[in-house]
Design a protein around this ligand. Structure first.
Ligand code: DC
Length: 214
């Protein structure tokens, strides 16, 4: 098969499974733009908290008001944002307000897009869909390392991270609109025992077999 001129690759999965790392690497390897859709929900959560509003309440107006510079803020990866983003992401109005932006991004010249519902809702016709997973323990360790640079900081801290990840997975997977779940035609990759390079090579191999990569 010839590579489509606007190749769209959906990379979904739970928090800290390695989907962002894979999506960025694929985008670079294939010369495609990259969109991290989690950042959109994080930026809505940031606006909500900055306004002193409760992320459980309707945040649609904050989603509609989102501007490119909201995505460039340096404070979108804090623990309070993890939780608030998952709460605003449950809201149908917020998801609807962000849908067209995501579609437009992919339609212009193709893209690698990571999130939770890219292969199921945003681009159900994506050329290639990956679902990236890892156990909660491994994902918590990765998050912890990113935040503190070492796993030796505290056992309780790591346990808290595991609990937070499990809670967020449950929230993301049990919501009514666009829940976290693999698309039927997604290729699942479990990354527990794999390096970032292993995951990239595996994904490229699958794409090669399907004729998307030489
Ligand atoms: O991938 P992340 O951790 O940056 O995502 C932040 C939150 O946004 C997470 O709770 C799930 C939610 N999200 C979503 O519901 N749909 C997406 N396409 C991307 C993220």
């Amino acid at each position: 098969m010839k590579r489509p001129s606007k190749l769209v690759i959906a990379v979904d999965g739970p928090a800290a499974a390695g989907k962002g790392t894979l999506a960025k690497a694929l985008a670079q390897a294939l010369g495609l733009p990259y969109l991290d859709t989690g950042l959109l929900y994080r930026a809505v959560a940031r606006r909500t908290l900055d306004a002193g509003a409760d992320p459980r309440e309707d945040a649609t107006s904050f989603a509609k008001a989102l501007e490119p510079r909201d995505l460039e803020r340096k404070d979108l990866r804090e623990a309070e944002i993890d939780q608030a983003a998952s709460l605003v992401a449950k809201q149908p109005g917020v998801r609807a307000a962000l849908l067209e932006r995501q579609r437009h991004f992919g339609q212009v010249s193709g893209a690698v897009i990571d999130g939770r519902d890219i292969g199921t809702v945003v681009f159900p016709q994506a050329d290639m869909k990956f679902f990236i997973t890892a156990s909660p323990e491994i994902r918590a360790q990765r998050r912890y390392l990113q935040r503190f640079g070492s796993l030796a900081v505290s056992h309780e801290g790591l346990q808290k991270e595991i609990d937070a990840i499990i809670k967020r997975d449950q929230q993301d997977a049990s919501r009514d609109v666009a829940p976290l779940k693999p698309a039927q035609d997604a290729v699942e990759i479990l990354t527990d025992q794999l390096s970032a390079e292993d995951v990239l090579q595996k994904a490229l191999e699958i794409m090669r077999k399907r004729g998307f990569v030489e």
